[in-house]
Write a protein that binds this ligand. Structure first.
Ligand code: C2O
Length: 344
């Protein structure tokens, strides 16, 4: 059977996944008596997510205003599920063991380390984006993606590094602020050119060379009654984790914010990073490799999550409805993909 959507009323303690330590945080969402099965609205006009290093001034002004309003909600109405901390806590609740599997009190819901990784984060960003759009009355709003798979995007995007901006977050590794080049392969290389070469090799490997089955890329099957974290796919394990570790502050106990599940959503850069992770799933599905690109197992397709939408309505979504992001109304700006032919 598929993993069912959690019961918010049963939400409990959050623990650090690596150590099992109890975390000093309550990340449970407020319950709601009314849950609606979500239907994707018709797509009138495709919204195009831009590369973060290339956004226009007008776009940046909107994005900053939307985040400013989302942060203001924390103070104006801490119970509004669209507030910045409430949104950050979604990640904590689904990733640090606060939600149990329905019917299995001793088994956590964990949306990482399995085939739920891509779909969960796609839905999470989908509603985050719609909430930001609602807060600035612009239903065309889109999140930017951190284009770390292209040499032009291999620094922390500068729009997140302006200390006067609501996008800024002090809980990052100060040594990795721009112009530091990201290290997607944990190579420890100090030479910038070498890092760029390594990064492209990592991308080619996790997208193509090391992917011999659908599960290799998507992550291992995870069904109701299974222990959490059966195994990561190549993209989750590689560039995805690397960017989290690289941005998180090593001086903090749990490498907050980006370096731990419970705190990662407190960094605006998280959503930009995951927009590119989402883009990698999208690109992978178009690759002309022999590996089948879709999981047809009903336990995958019928797995469900709960989110609050832009109107504060609690909705239930299914994995099957997020496989084609164009049906969700967004696509990605086209940029060069230099790792595509980067055979070592
Ligand atoms: Cu839910 Cu990048 O983590």
């Amino acid at each position: 059977a598929p993993i069912e959507a959690p019961e918010f009323k049963a939400c409990g303690e959050a623990r650090d996944v690596a150590t099992g330590d109890l975390l000093d945080v309550n990340c449970c969402p407020l319950p709601s008596d009314k849950i609606i099965d979500y239907k994707l609205p018709p797509v009138n006009k495709m919204r195009i997510r831009p590369a973060a290093h290339k956004v226009t001034k007008e776009y940046l002004a909107k994005f900053e205003e939307a985040i400013r309003r989302m942060k203001a909600l924390d103070k104006d109405d801490p119970t509004d599920p669209r507030g910045f901390m409430q949104q950050a806590n979604i990640h904590c609740a689904y990733c640090n063991g606060a939600h149990d599997q329905v019917g299995y009190k001793n088994l956590d819901i964990q949306v990482h380390n399995s085939w739920l990784f891509f779909p969960f984060h796609r839905w999470y960003l989908y509603f985050y984006e719609r909430i930001l759009g609602k807060l600035i009355d612009d239903p065309t709003f889109v999140l930017p993606f951190w284009n770390w798979d292209n040499p032009k995007g291999m620094q922390m995007p500068k729009i997140f590094d302006n200390t006067g901006s609501p996008l800024y977050n002090a809980n990052r590794n100060q040594a990795n602020r721009p112009p530091a080049i990201i290290d997607l392969g944990f190579s420890g290389a100090s030479d910038d050119l070498q890092k760029v070469v390594n990064n492209l090799t990592v991308m080619y490997s996790e997208m193509i060379r090391s992917v011999n089955s659908t599960i290799d890329f998507m992550g291992q099957p995870y069904r109701a009654g299974n222990s959490p974290s059966p195994g990561m796919g190549s993209s989750e394990r590689g560039s995805h984790v690397a960017a989290h570790v690289w941005v998180g502050n090593p001086k903090n106990k749990y490498r907050e914010d980006m370096g731990n599940f419970y705190s990662a959503g407190r960094d605006t850069l998280f959503y930009c990073h995951h927009a590119n992770v989402d883009r990698m799933w999208s690109i992978w599905r178009t690759l002309k490799t022999d590996v089948p690109k879709d999981i047809t197992d009903p336990d995958f397709l019928n797995a469900a999550f709960l989110f609050y939408d832009e109107n504060k309505q609690l909705v239930r979504v299914k994995v099957a409805d997020c496989l084609d992001h164009r049906r969700m109304g967004y696509d990605f700006e086209r940029v060069d993909i230099p790792w595509l032919n980067y055979k070592p």
